[in-house]
Design a protein around this ligand. Structure first.
Ligand code: UDP
Length: 312
């Protein structure tokens, strides 16, 4: 099958390209490389089933090939990145999403939106089920990402209702693994870099806020199962094991055998206090659940950070 992966040179996008190539699909990776990287896909470039297209999807563009599936993953995704590119983030979620929906419609392809647990904001319901509408500050610094993704969900459903487009919406929770950008500011790469250098580990707030971390191979597995299902409404794809940020930092420190101390910093504005997916829907519809526990996943990720020397 012919597949487009927008954001294919990003962290999750590049793993998805690899996965699709293993399944013998033809992959067209579209990325403008503002937060993605050629490094993430350089091992795929020689594969005759892989084509890289350097394109900003906010701009109008045409796609000549036949098309069966569109995986729309393009967007800055870490808080540091979307604070740096607020307007691009809003535009890729709105204009970029509609451009890709239009291409999918024209080609009669199936469309998957990479949505996010950020649509739940700072949740008042815990764990988060797909039926929860969220608690989002529409004007805070995170709103450029949260509201762009909420709009992206809305326009995706509108194309489904209005034009009968075949759609999938994956609500992706915190995902980690090899190829995370060492400087994207997220907890996992920060803690690994800091632990490996025996530098202070930055804990924002008191570290009691929680997140649930899914290893990237589990995530991609879940995304692919969702694309191949018949379910057209949002599905949480994440790992339901919940850790406080302090617990996460302690596990990373222990695996790295680090002598780092904890350095407490101010909590960012609107930082969600808790986050954990209810994945009963994914279990029921996709027969999917994550297999890799946090220690195993972190060990693989730390090994990759050490090998690539990217923390130096
Ligand atoms: N965090 C932290 N120290 C860091 C980076 C992040 O304590 O060096 C916290 C952050 O405030 C948040 C959690 O870790 O509560 C997860 O942050 P991340 O940026 O990884 O993801 P997101 O906030 O998008 O879930």
């Amino acid at each position: 099958m012919n597949c487009i992966v927008t954001g294919g040179a990003g962290f999750i996008g590049s793993h998805l390209c690899e996965y699709l190539l293993h399944k013998k699909h033809q992959v067209f990776c579209i990325d403008n490389l503002i937060t993605g990287s050629r490094k993430n896909i350089e091992h795929l470039i020689d594969n005759s089933n892989f084509t890289f297209i350097n394109q900003d999807i906010i701009q109008d563009f045409s796609f000549k090939e036949e098309l069966d599936m569109v995986f729309h993953f393009a967007s800055p995704a870490s808080p540091v990145d979307y604070y740096k590119y607020p307007i691009d983030t809003l535009r890729v979620g709105s204009i970029g999403t509609e451009n890709m929906l239009r291409i999918a419609l024209k080609k009669k392809a199936r469309f998957m939106l990479a949505s996010t647990s950020e649509v739940y904001g700072d949740p008042k319901i815990h764990p988060q089920k797909e039926s929860y509408w969220g608690n989002v500050n529409s004007i805070g610094p995170r709103s450029v990402y949260d509201e762009a993704k909420r709009y992206a969900e809305a326009v995706t459903m509108a194309y489904h209702r209005e034009y009968g487009l075949d759609v999938r919406i994956a609500r992706i929770f915190n995902t980690y693994g090899p190829r995370m950008k060492p400087d994207d500011g997220r907890a996992v790469p920060n803690f690994i870099k800091q632990s490996l250098r025996d530098e202070p580990i930055t804990i924002y707030g008191d570290g009691s806020q929680t997140r649930s971390f899914c290893f990237v191979s589990d995530e991609v597995d879940g995304l692919f199962s969702l694309m191949n299902s018949n379910y057209e409404y949002p599905v949480n794809i994440g790992n339901p094991e919940e850790y406080s940020i302090l617990e996460l930092a302690s596990i990373v420190k222990e695996i790295c055998k680090s002598s780092s101390e904890f350095a407490y910093k101010e909590l960012p504005v609107d930082d969600p206090k808790c986050r954990r997916p209810d994945i009963s829907k994914a279990k029921e519809i996709l027969d999917w659940q994550p297999k890799i526990d946090i220690r195993e996943g972190l060990k693989k990720t730390i090994k990759w950070f050490k090998k690539t020397h990217m923390w130096k």
